[in-house]
Design a binder for this molecule. Structure first.
Ligand code: ZN
Length: 233
């Protein structure tokens, strides 16, 4: 999977919590839509459409951050990550889409996959002839994605509400993403950490301390997270 970031202004600029993934096709394959054409259309303010990801072959173009609202599926825009897939399915397209889905699952758990036409209230044949069942089978059966720096950072902000430290990166990069995510999510380390962080933030609020002092307090608890994580794995 070759991930390229190319962020568009065609988005809501307010945050969402992903609860589903919606699969689209670009268009009828007989119209010969191209990757460049689709990306350019999603940048065009007049189109008023976009998606989080566009997939063709082994290329994935990210056009909207996962926690932001893209314009792809009407009512589902408030809770769904949109993936636009090349309808001519060049080599690798289904595998890449499946890998992208596993990658998203590793951050949010196994979100349900919907076809665009399954979204309530829409009238479309999208995603047309795409074999969405095959994509789901591949996503469920494939190898677990390994954590790299980007995945880890997305995890970390979700789980611990702070950036990972160098030591924490070293501990987890290269490990299987889903397993690590689930283990950390359910760990006592996370519970204790979030409680400690909440206490520090409350203390700082009560004492009306300045920004430097807040940072000092937070830094003190960051080492606590390292201690807690030392017991994981
Ligand atoms: Zn669609």
């Amino acid at each position: 999977m070759n991930l390229v970031r190319n962020i568009t202004g065609n988005q809501g600029f307010h945050s969402i919590t992903p609860k589903a993934i919606v699969i689209h096709w670009w268009d009828d394959p007989s119209k010969r839509p191209t990757l460049e054409g689709v990306v350019s259309w999603f940048h065009n303010p007049e189109s008023e459409v976009s998606a989080h990801y566009v997939v063709s072959g082994n290329i994935v173009v990210q056009m909207v951050d996962e926690n932001q609202r893209a314009w792809h599926a009407m009512s589902a825009n408030d809770y769904a990550i949109g993936i636009e897939v090349d309808p001519r399915v060049p080599d690798g397209t289904y595998d890449t889409t499946a890998e992208l889905i596993r990658n998203i699952w590793s951050r949010y758990g196994r979100l349900p996959i919907m076809r665009h036409r399954d979204v309530p209230g829409v009238s479309t044949n999208c995603p047309g002839t795409l074999d969405v069942e095959l994509i789901i089978r591949k996503a469920q059966g494939g190898d677990t994605p390994m954590l790299d720096e980007n995945y880890l950072r997305a995890f970390w902000l979700d789980l611990f509400e702070i950036e990972p430290t160098a030591a924490q990166k070293k501990q987890f990069i290269g490990k299987p993403a889903l397993e690590v995510y689930n283990e950390l999510r359910n760990s006592n380390a996370r519970k204790e950490w979030l409680a400690a962080l909440a206490r520090v933030r409350q203390e700082a609020k009560d004492a009306k301390v300045n920004a430097a002092k807040v940072k000092e307090l937070e830094e003190k608890v960051v080492s606590k997270l390292d201690e807690l994580l030392a017991k994981v794995n």
